[in-house]
Design a protein around this ligand. Sequence first.
Ligand code: ZN
Length: 424
Amino acid sequence: MIRKPLLITFLSVVAAVLLSGCTVVESFQPTVTETPSPTFTSSPPPPTPTPTATKIPYYAKATVFSGDLQVPILIYHRFIPDFDGETTSMKMQYSEFKRELQALYDAGFSLISLKSWIDGTFIVPEGRKPLIITMDDAWFADQIFINEDGTPSEYSAIGIMWRFANEHPDFGFHAALFAIMGDKFYGDVFLESYQRFIVSEGTAWKDKLGNTMVWALENGIEVGNHTFLHPRLSEIKNNSDIQYQLSQNDIYARTFLERVGRSDLFEKMDNIIALPEGRWPATQSGRDVILNYINPEGKPVMAVMEAYNMDAVQFTPSYFSSDFNPYAIPRITASPFFVNYIVENRDLIPTALTCELGPMDEEKSKDQTSLSIVIKNAIETGLCPEGVYHVNGFIFYVENENLTVHATPTGEIAISENTQTPAP
Ligand SMILES: [Zn+2]
């Protein structure tokens, strides 16, 4: 815990270096004189004076996450206008949702995608903390509804988030929706005077839902599987019924994209399963059906989301944490109480720091080995902490003086073989 003061000292040193760097740069600025009017002679132009090379030291800027890497993952369900009742764990007033976004933003949180947390590529702007928002039981129009002009409605949670992100760009715009395809129609018409969505006659709702899914997938909303009919998996006796709940949901979801001519988006559908009520099947063979489930595109399960209700709160460890298990990801039921809890306990969530690495040759700043060396130096000299380093497209992880490359600028991610056994 001597790291913090050292880091601050380091940052002030860097600030001093940068300031002096600025002075050097300024002294190279040519004195502004009158712009010479063009002359049409054949005489060669006077040689441009080259400034004598005083090399400005180059520092590579890294975003660093250090300490206990964990994130709050919130589950929301439905949303209601304020006149429609009180906020409960299943239905939240739009005004309360807005208040929560503001409170989380003010506490320093910024949204990241669920996938980036699972594969360890997450990043937030300097000084911000990661946060994940998920919504279960999709698709409801109060969760996401696209207006005729192509923007998400302010009477839907995604629309509220969209507006908030436009006003606070450093908050970001990410959410993961877990869909139950088999238990409802989708409200395709908004009645302004009632502030309510209704299902019109015929199959218009299917086209509307298909187009809504297109908007979601094209705007960074992640879409996962919450089973076809939301049964308690713990009470299903037959494994083939568990398999049906997963595959039927995926197959049916794809028919909506197909009917609006967008089967190209199948690839963007994630194989992430959210267990209804967070309950696992009762038997190991039943649990294996979940863990071995392959989606229609042949992708294996990337993660399994659990749920904790009003009696427990748990932050989710990161890919880099020893207790990370992508097949048992805890989530927190969003409520005024738990959002306030997260705000009050924000210091438990890492803040993105900036570390200036170097000085180094600028030409070598995109070279893996050179970056590894400056990172190790910064840590050895106590200028920067161990942890996750994002620098020039690379992600490095340093723990116990051991540096590994997690991702490269070409998008290669070194996902280690996960051998952990899932939760019971
Ligand atoms: Zn649910």
